[in-house]
Unconditional design. Structure first.
Length: 124
């Protein structure tokens, strides 16, 4: 009767998704074992009840870089994790030099902007 099985593709996709989840779960569990359940930014502490809001951030943003000593991981709450990526996106878009891993505040490319604006002749 049913030569083609429409459920088969779904199963394949589900399986692939499960494999990816398993990999994520792998380093997540490992990170949660190594590090205290505290957000690395806002220091919010987590318990078993809300630990799903604590996420694993990859310091070099490479999700395939998962050294077993956890040196590439950082535990961040959902909000700080979001901020972290937002900040890096802005940093990457704003300057020509790579700002990753650096304190962006140490270099001020617009330090003389105020001066330049002050010297600017009035428009027209
Ligand atoms: Zn946080
Ligand atoms: Zn991240």
């Amino acid at each position: 009767m049913s030569a083609s099985d429409p459920g088969r593709l779904d199963r394949v996709i589900a399986e692939a998704r499960r494999a990816a989840e398993k990999r994520d779960q792998g380093y997540r569990e490992q990170a949660l074992k190594i590090y205290p359940w505290v957000c690395g930014r806002c220091a919010r502490a987590f318990t078993r009840a809300n630990v799903r809001e604590l996420t694993v951030h990859h310091r070099d943003h490479n999700h395939d870089n998962n050294p077993p000593d956890g040196s590439n991981w950082e535990l961040l709450c959902l909000y700080c994790h979001d901020n972290e990526h937002q900040r890096l996106l802005e940093a990457a878009g704003g300057g020509s030099s790579p700002a990753i891993g650096r304190d962006v505040a140490t270099h001020a490319p617009f330090a003389d902007l105020k001066e330049r604006l002050a010297k600017k002749p009035p428009a027209k």
